[in-house]
Design a binder for this molecule. Sequence first.
Ligand code: ADP
Ligand code: MG
Length: 470
Amino acid sequence: MSALWTACLQHLEKTVSAQEFNTWVRPLQVHEELGTLLLLAPNRFVLDRVKAHFLEHIENSLNKLNNGDKTQVLLQVGSRKKILDKTLSNTKKVASGRGGKGKNAKVLPLRSSAKTSGFFNHSPSNHGRAHIVNSPLNAKFTFNNFITGQCNQLAHAAALQAAENCDFNPLFIYGGVGLGKTHLMQAVGHALGQLQPNSRVVYLHSERFVSEMVKAIQNKVIDDFKDYYRSVDVLLLDDIQFLAGKVRSQEEFFHTFNTLIEGHQQVVITSDRVPGAINGLEERLKSRLGSGLTVSVDPPPLNTRMDILRNKAAQSAVRLPDDVAWFIADNIESNVRELEGALHRLLASARFLHQDITLDFSQQALKDLIVTQLRVCTINDIQQVVAEYYKISVEEMMSKRRHRYIVRPRQMAISLAKELTQQSLASIGNAFGGRDRTTIMHSCKTINSLKTKDQELRQDYQNLSKVLQH
Ligand code: ADP
Ligand code: MG
């Protein structure tokens, strides 16, 4: 068993109750590959429980034990024996010459010293799919599962294109944390793997590139290291900003990169910023990195956040009520990873407690993630949320159009603005496309009177009001 995992277990044993530890944590088996710790749960039930209650704990312990170096932890149902059996049968296939060789692939010289160097151990073991020879791609990071909006449309289109041909080489995707860079890059890998089943797709994080290289130098197999990375069909190098300041790694990568580009082998790179802004990167590398197509992923707006939540819930076969989707999407704005974290927490809590996913339950379940103090909302918030609720655009809401499907939402928004903000009638009027006080008062009156007669409208009003205040 991995020494790291053993240390982690000792750490966890001290921090969770003995019963919890024995029931949920002890049954996990561990398989270490490429610095990724694969935790294998005996069944779905244990997996869900570990994911909801212990995973974060485990990751924190591992990071601490690893001096802050992030260990990637993957959780899946399975057993070590199955994995080892599969690896063995794939190794046999490779040995008998049926391994995946891409159009440009070379047969790697498996010198005995090289075998111990680390990077050859990641031979085609990926669920029997020979084209993936390095860190496994996350099966969920596909184009199908990627939700697009204005914030990422261009990056998405460019990635699709890169998966079809090498016109954009390298494809450089940049943006803040948790906005889908790794997802998109791996989607390219999946798509290429499907289009050209024999191609060799290699995904790795830049930190991994550095550590593999250091290992290769120590083991005196640097030539094999070079051959290895230069012989792939697709190289997906994640978070290249980690190469900043690492001169030797940059040098190595620069040559590998050039070879790949010249050989029309697709390269996709991600970073938290544009190439030119990565301090500590050699100028020539910066300029080469920007020589293909550079695209950004930006934070998703409210409607895209809601689409993402609904889509993720649907993947777990759950239909997320609209007010719940609003509540989460409206409160978690920073990044998709956090959005996803909140949703997972909610779904797991509902499952374990056998509760329906209502707004009240969600507020309770997420109370430490989302501080539900009454919030001051702005007219702008109200316009956006109400427009989204009624599936009209904010422009329509502000317009002079008198179509019923626009008038009612407009009156709702005005009435909510009157109730939830401290703004005067005049400034509300202003904010709604320059309407006068009487129009604003009329809207409020209409809604108040409808609330007493129309149950559906009353419910809508309550939903909106709740969402806007939390
Ligand atoms: P980054 O690499 O930019 O830090 P990731 O690609 O790891 O972010 O994305 C974080 C999480 O959010 C992943 O689980 C990913 O699937 C999800 N995610 C990000 N953007 C989207 C999107 N547009 N549609 C669906 N899921 C997304
Ligand atoms: Mg990433």
